[in-house]
Design a protein. Structure first.
Length: 221
């Protein structure tokens, strides 16, 4: 999408703004989604996230095919697509310890990391090839198909949590207060565990350093 925006507008500013729109939900809503995942059915949350991503990428592909694509639409869809990812990945990571035994967790994490890196490698090659021969719309449509396939495999996983989830939040203002309390507990825990705090700080600095690379890549190519 960054490549498509630059090819359509020639504006590095627009590419940068798309990147901001992509990562802004993580910064603003990451802790909020984290505490939500802590109390709700992880498989169901992943299904909701995947369904939203199928819907959004489908609209995006159709907007290019039928000519109603616009930057305003892209900003809106990118924001909501990021919300889907923000719900999916914490649910995925939190689900793993609930579906494997403790002594299998290290192996499961290894397989998980390996599959993710393979997806990044071959997904980039596949995406670039589709863009060259079939166009951006086809690449996004294929992305939609990949979400459909992912949803199918999620359906096959039996959800029998080893550990019980915490009680779900109350509705209304009381539920919001509980969420805020949980977020405070998380930040308080982080302030005590200095090793984890410094790891997060280093990761933040590293991601900031990657910002110019993400923006410059499509222009350079």
């Amino acid at each position: 999408m960054a490549w498509h925006v630059f090819s359509q507008t020639g504006s590095s500013l627009q590419v940068g703004l798309i990147m901001v729109t992509k990562f802004l939900p993580d910064v603003l809503l990451g802790p909020f989604f984290g505490v939500i995942v802590d109390r709700y059915h992880r498989k169901r949350l992943m299904q909701i996230a995947i369904l939203s991503q199928i819907f959004i990428t489908g609209i995006l592909a159709l907007s290019i095919i039928f000519g109603f694509f616009s930057l305003a639409l892209l900003y809106i869809l990118t924001f909501f697509l990021s919300l889907g990812s923000l719900l999916f990945f914490p649910s995925q990571r939190a689900w793993l310890p609930h579906i494997v035994d403790k002594d299998q967790l290290m192996i499961a994490n290894s397989f998980f990391s390996t599959s993710r890196e393979m997806a990044n490698l071959f997904g980039a090659l596949l995406g670039g090839t589709i863009v060259v021969f079939l166009g951006v719309a086809a690449a996004i449509a294929f992305d939609t198909l990949s979400f459909v396939i992912a949803l199918f495999f999620i359906q096959l996983v039996a959800y029998q949590p080893i550990h019980k989830l915490r009680t779900q939040y109350k509705r209304g203002l009381d539920g919001l207060k509980e969420i805020i309390i949980d977020m405070r507990e998380g930040f308080r825990w982080l302030s005590v565990n200095r090793t984890m705090l410094w790891m997060l700080i280093l990761a933040t600095v590293g991601n900031m350093a990657l910002g110019p690379i993400n923006v410059l890549m499509p222009m350079w190519i």
